[in-house]
Structures are given as C-alpha cells and as structure tokens.
Design a binder for this molecule. Structure first.
Ligand SMILES: [Zn+2]
Length: 255
C-alpha cells in the first residue's frame, strides 16, 4: 500500500470559538480498508499509519500528538469530562467528551456513524459525541449537552455540526432496529422510512430532533456534509469495508 497521507484533506466546520474539522481519506486505493488517514488505534490499522496520521492532525492544530484526546469508543452512552486530571483519565468505553480546556483536541472516530461537535462559544465549553444507532436512541448528544451545561454552557448558546455519516438511503436496518427508533421517536415523522427491502433510518434527522428537544436553536444546527457510504474514496465506511477498517476523524479544539 502506498502512503498517501500527505494527500488528506479536511472539511472545516464553521463553529464560533472552535476549530473543528473532519478528515477525508486521501487514499490511493479506496478498496483497501486501511488506506488513508486514520488516527484510530483499536481497529488493527498498521501502526505507522496511526502514528503518522496523529502527527499530521496534531500539526494542523499546532499541538503535539499527546494533546489529541482519543477514546476507545464502544457504542456506549458514557460522557467523559476532560479537565485538568487528563491524561490520568480512563478513556476506555467512552463515546462522548466535554472540555473547557483550549490546549487539547477532542477526537471522535467514525465509519458511517455520526460525529457530532457541540460548542458554547460564550461559556467556552466544547463537546463531541459518537452517535451510531445505539448512541442515537440513547440520545448521547443530549447527554453531552447535559454535561456541557453542568460546565456552564446554556442550550440556547450551543452550536452543533454533524460530520460525514451514512445517509438514510444507504442506512437499511432490520425491523427490530426500526421499531426501537419508532418507540424512541414516536411523534416524529421522517426518521424511520420503509425501503424497497427493509426499513431505512435517518440518523442525522433523529439527532437533529434530539438537539432541538435539548433546547438548541434550529439555526445553530448544521447537517452532515456528505454520506460516508456513498463516497468510498473520501470516507471510511464500515458497511462497505467491514469494521476492521480505518476511521474518519472528527476533531475539535477551543480557540
Ligand atoms: Zn449514502
């Protein structure tokens, strides 16, 4: 496999008081599950890719790689507070983080799941979450907002962006998962749809509803820029490549 990491690109998000972006793969061979920039250390990616990717991303933020806070995500609804005790914090089984520090970078890895970045620029509180279907039905975005508010944020001041993730046309689910979404979002249309074979679920729409329920202004919510599954050359997709594959990074740092 050729190293093409220098070709990687970022999708920059407009979030006040915060630098935030998602990465594109910059790969030579989209069918190679690990080809492209990926900082994720627990998906069996070659060490040299992880190390080089971390160096490149840290450099983008003007920090050392040790300042990248990268949890081991497990589709939990655990939200970690990254305060002055970091790095002495257990980040195993963590799928969301909140911080008031401006000298560290919060990182979430995804391949079809939805990365969500949240910031209150007035209070100076940053949040980030990994919202797959499990995280979405357990409203991990709202749990992250709850923790942000304990740190001084106000829902009406929080801006949110979602990164690249699987689109509703690509996200076919079993009847069981569809019925869980219907139960969790009973009065909302447009989240579960019937498809040609099986039902389809619109994860970003379910998250948008969750953010509005939590009190965010609708105008402060930015929907995903692209589908991870429709664009294999740009984003990792676990549905396409398997779970043993690289991950798209979404990273954010308070300014
Ligand atoms: Zn798609």
């Amino acid at each position: 496999m050729k190293s093409t990491l220098t070709n990687f690109l970022t999708i920059e998000y407009e979030l006040p008081g915060t630098r935030a972006f998602s990465t594109q793969r910059g790969c030579a061979d989209a069918s190679d599950a690990y080809d492209g920039l990926s900082v994720c250390h627990y998906v069996d990616a070659p060490d040299h890719i992880v190390e080089e990717s971390r160096r490149i991303v840290a450099n983008e933020f003007g920090v050392t790689p040790e300042r990248l806070v990268i949890p081991r995500q497990t589709h939990s609804s655990a939200v970690a507070v990254i305060d002055d005790t970091y790095p002495d914090i257990n980040l195993d089984g963590v799928d969301a983080m909140v911080t008031q520090r401006n000298d560290i970078v919060l990182c979430i890895n995804t391949a079809d799941c939805v990365p969500v970045v949240l910031c209150d620029p007035i209070a100076g509180v940053l949040g980030i979450a990994h919202s797959g279907w499990r995280g979405t039905v357990s409203r991990i975005s709202a749990l992250t907002i709850d923790e942000m508010c304990r740190q001084g944020a106000l829902p009406q001041h929080i801006h949110a962006v979602m990164g690249p993730c699987i689109c509703p046309d690509c996200f076919e689910v079993g009847e069981e998962v569809a019925s869980i979404f219907k139960k969790e979002f009973p009065f909302v249309s447009g989240i579960v749809m019937s498809g040609p074979v099986k039902p389809h679920v619109d994860l970003p729409e379910a998250i948008r509803v969750t953010l509005i329920e939590a009190g965010l202004p609708t105008g402060y919510i930015t929907m995903p820029p692209a589908c991870s599954h429709c664009n294999p050359a740009l984003y990792f997709s676990a549905r396409r490549l398997g779970i043993k594959s690289g991950r798209t990074l979404t990273a954010a740092k308070l300014l």
